[in-house]
Design a protein around this ligand. Sequence first.
Ligand SMILES: [Zn+2]
Length: 321
Amino acid sequence: MNIPNPEPRRLWRSCPVCGTERGEPYLEKGALRMVRCSRCGMLFANPVEQQYVAGTFYEDQAAPFYLSPAKLQSDYSPVRFQRELRLFRRFCGSGDVLDVGCSTGAFLHQLQAQFPGNYRVLGIDVAGAALDYAASQGIPVVRGDAEAPGADMFLTHDFGASRFDAITFWAVLEHLAEPGKFVSRAAALLRPGGHCFFLVPNMKSLAVRWLGRRYRYVMPEHVNYFDHRTLRRLLAPNLEVVQVKATHFNPVVFWQDWRRGQRDLVPPSERAQLLQRTSAWKQSQSALLYPLRLGYRLTEWLLAAMHLADNLVLVARRRDP
Ligand SMILES: [Zn+2]
């Protein structure tokens, strides 16, 4: 006789931006139950499975996703963080950098490889296997311990007297059950004049407007869905926003997700393979691809100018006490 799996443990949340407990059902996809805050309009998962809150999910994802050859090749390619690096360099030319949710360490690797001697880097992540890989590439990392396990370790880890010139959250806030606590901890760890960098999927992007729930990044491990208004509001108590940008556009994601069913989730291996192919195209020097690349850049530029690109990047500095 088959014994049914126990019901996954779920956590009920109040709005991660304004704290209100009133929300209306917005959409469902797989295990995702998305609601809309009736006070501030924030879209978020509620309830959310414990595996996403505690971070155990990210350990399980290591083999099929983060440590798959396709994802590693994409993440470690020199074009992967091109846009982020351009923006980052404008605000932080040197100093101490902490990457929260550093995964396999690819961003910090690019900082060290492209600007040798300029930065002292440190990575922190909930996934031990990803950190092992980062450490194997010479990236110093912070690990959870018995006192500070799981996804909250950034909140509880003792950084001693260390303070940072830049703290980055590349595609991290959308995964956190209590993102406001991470923002306030990051603000407290900044040096005077230091900056925080946040990249999240843009809920006002053309892709989301067009594809709705079909969009692959509407998925159970994303528990927060920001637009520039809700993200600004999340940061406001601790940080002053100095730049907002929409960035990135992937027409293949658009095409593939348009053809997909309303509620189909994209397997991690398929996502990793497409990221690998996209990085390879961006690096290709073939003259045949020149007109395509030109069209692509123009479209991305236009979408960014209209704040319709795939991701939202906010740069913020600490509010003076
Ligand atoms: Zn709210």
